[in-house]
Design a protein around this ligand. Sequence first.
Ligand code: ADP
Ligand code: MG
Length: 629
Amino acid sequence: MSETAASTVERHSFEAEVSKLLHLMVHSVYSDREIFLRELISNASDACDRLRYEAITNPELIAGDPEFRIRVTLDEKARTITVSDNGIGMDHDDLIAHLGTIARSGTAAFAEALSGDKSADLSLIGQFGVGFYASFMVAEEVRVTSRRAGSETAHVWESSGDGTYEIRPANRAGRGTDVLLRIKKDAREFLDRDRLEAIVRKYSNHIAVPITLAIAGKSEEKTLNEATALWARPKSEITQEQYTEFYRHVAHALDEPALVLHNRAEGRIAYTALLFVPGTRPLDLFDPARKPRVKLHVRRVFISEDSETLLPGYLRFLRGVVDSEDLPLNISREMLQSSPVIARMGKAITNKLLAELAKLADREPERYAAIWDNFGAVLKEGLYEDADRREQLLKLARFRSTHGEGWTSLADYVARMKEGQEAIYYLSGDDPEMVRRSPQLEGYRARGLEVLLLADPVDAFWLTAVTGFEGKPFRSVTRGAADLAAFAPAEKKEQPDDRPREGDVTKLVVALRDILGDKVSDVRPTERLTETPACLVADEKGLDMQLERMLRLHQRLDKALPRVLEINPDHALIRAMITRAGAPGAAAALEEPAHLLLDMARVLEGDPLPDPAAFGQRLAKALTAALAN
Ligand code: ADP
Ligand code: MG
């Protein structure tokens, strides 16, 4: 390194989020600190991949040094470990952009998730890769010397993780990057040669670039990996551990994959796919960009990570590699967008994956349920986006239902359907617990009719596109008159002999219609309820209530549609109102109770009250009267 004049040294502050992350790293008591090496080797390998791709169109970049390599150097005396590569390198601005901010969305989400509670935050490291910044778990000082391929100048980036970093010009023979770590006293274990070798082996086994270990002052260098692409090796030679390590490398993850799909296709289209379903839900799963992140390769050369055109958005939780034998190596990222080869390959891979999930669902329902727990809400997007695979996806879909606590498939639901039941009943809402406790379910429960309980935002949408399953339509229990009359309650409730006569019920219905006017679209008696006096439902021809709510939320509908108020003639309150409706002065006597009844039904629905003040006054008045009696 050359002596540099103080004037050329720049001091920068880290972005606030990075500082937060660094603080956590510096004070880390995380037990798996060795992962810093995984991150550095992973970055070095990525840097080689990227340059290899650029060199396809610009061979000058690697002229004179065409063999990619990564070297780990241990200097016990100086207490340093250095990871060097001859990959793409970073120039002055790259150093600021990549090592001073959080560019990766996953890391950004990680930083946002940091709560300040140390032990909770540390467990987050275990779930999400934190990349380059992991160095600060073991190093008191990190010095990155880098020279961008094709550039004559190099720079040093240096920091001790305290909120600032320095950049200054430097010398480096040839392109690439050295990341030098000055190891903290409490991390001396990593300066042990055997330990270091074991760790590097573990994290480099699947890396396609040769990795060597060098000891400062000695000339021999030991190669530690096979340096062939893992996915190109025969399945029988790959251990579960190697798959897991590779997954962690490509996915920037630290968990175990929930499913590994390693598949080679030969013939009309030739490709290899090594795909993983993550074991935990990535923090950016619901990122609106919805980009799938599978690394596309052509004959082992990394091409692009933007696999938008390869896999559908509802498979964006997948991680891994797809390697095509058919595409030209010099395919530009723009050409990828319209390549028929990509489209065909994507189709084949999607089919393969769905078939694999179906197999798992069949053979190991519990493992499958864990995947559905994490990614079901995303897979369901396919129900309306991918009409061709709708049947397949409906079979894969799992639901909560009134039948029990666990997941149920539609096939199981249909098998449990009652004699004479024509539709698959469902209730949708925002909150799984609210849905489960909804009064709308009372009549169905009493008759032993199973109802699917839907609480993902996406549910309201796919239900508009999907007509049914095995010829059975889906029917919302909040829509239309409940077709419950056809089913006898499982347990005959002691039906009171003095059940209000139909004519008397009609009198109340008419009175309520009068009082409530256009606040409701209709009033009618229902079989739907057993414990609750009244509820709101959507019109037979209207939108499902949850869908309507979603549309309003997205400003696609500006006004709440009036609902049908359904009343339960067996409930004591309604019966009292029926009695009033038959007596003189009914309209005046029912005015206040009618409005309270409507507001109560709104509250049960989780809907906001249009006039909370009026509700409060009415309730206070009613309670005062009740207590005065
Ligand atoms: P990620 O690898 O997930 O992008 P990191 O925190 O590990 O996140 O690295 C941040 C960025 O720094 C990388 O995306 C890359 O642009 C740059 N970088 C890190 N290490 C190297 C390296 N050895 N060579 C070139 N660029 C690197
Ligand atoms: Mg990285």
